[in-house]
Design a protein around this ligand. Sequence first.
Ligand SMILES: Nc1ncnc2c1ncn2[C@@H]1O[C@H](COP(=O)(O)OP(=O)(O)O)[C@@H](O)[C@H]1O
Ligand SMILES: [Mg+2]
Length: 350
Amino acid sequence: MLEVKNLTKYYGDLLAVDELSFRIEEGQFATLLGPSGCGKSTTLHVIAGLIDATSGSVHLRGKEVSDVPPYERNIGLVFQHSALFPHMTVEENLRYGLKMQDFDGDHDRQIEKYLEMVQMLEHADHKPDELSGGQQRRISFARALVYEPDILLLDEPLTGLDRVLREDMRNEIRSIQQEVDVTTLHVTHDQSEALSMSDQVIVMNEGRKEQEGHPTELYEQPKTEFVAEFLGQSTKFEGELVDANTPVIRSGSREIHIETNGDTEAVAGDDISTYIRPEEIDVHPTPQANGDTNTFSGRITDVEYLGHRAELEIELDDGTKVIAFSQTSDDLSVGKEVSVQFDPDKVICV
Ligand SMILES: Nc1ncnc2c1ncn2[C@@H]1O[C@H](COP(=O)(O)OP(=O)(O)O)[C@@H](O)[C@H]1O
Ligand SMILES: [Mg+2]
């Protein structure tokens, strides 16, 4: 449905997007995820035809669109702080979109259908300033979908809403997207938003693609330090591979046992970063022998109660800080001596 090939964009001397390529299949919900300034909005604007690429191309339904003006690309847009026309009612806002896109079909029916979908039918006669922030956002979605675009582009569409509303709207956007079955490219810097909503995530850093894949694949098998650190929490141990046949990383005075699936090209002496997710770490309330596999003693330095679980910070004997989760029923408090343990096959190696 959408393919971006070797997209590069310079603003003067500044390289904003660097040889970016990806494709999105029909009906998929894809997210460009990356820190602020990594080139996400620039990419979206090029796809929408609002700015020109320096080089590279955009293809919609297999057809190159670089010379097609924005209004002929049949794209729906919801941008950060997307503004509705303030002098128009909700209904008129949607009608305007249908008219601009020259929608061939019953305009009244479309407006009713999409206002109903976002649960705003009863507000059809209201002006935008009579609506809450969340309601305005719903209208922005309805306005982007009402003319049945081939592809929906969402640029940080939940920015500015409070946390609870953001989480509700994530689910709602996702279910509307599935109902309408519209191919969607979403942009966010919020990793939990990306992981929870998407079929496919493209992680960007400094204008380049770091890695792409299904959310679980990115979380469980990050291929770069950037992806491992940007998605989710983890404890990092840096070290070097002892020898290629012995899956052990020496990190200071510590040995981290890992599991290799045989296809590693690492050789003895290679620097390797290992990451362990907090949910993969067992915390034992009684210190265990330091000689056991991936078992290290330390002391709890922080406990953050999160309702269903607690997040612990544990300082190991050499000062390394470990982040682990525990059940809140466990008797674990600051100052307590504990040991942490994790399985070799849970260690992510980058
Ligand atoms: N119109 C512009 N003129 C000059 N530089 C820009 C312009 N728009 C964005 N940039 C720069 O390009 C880089 C990428 O910006 P942007 O695509 O907005 O990133 P993101 O959406 O990921 O935060 C940033 O360094 C930003 O400052
Ligand atoms: Mg942006």
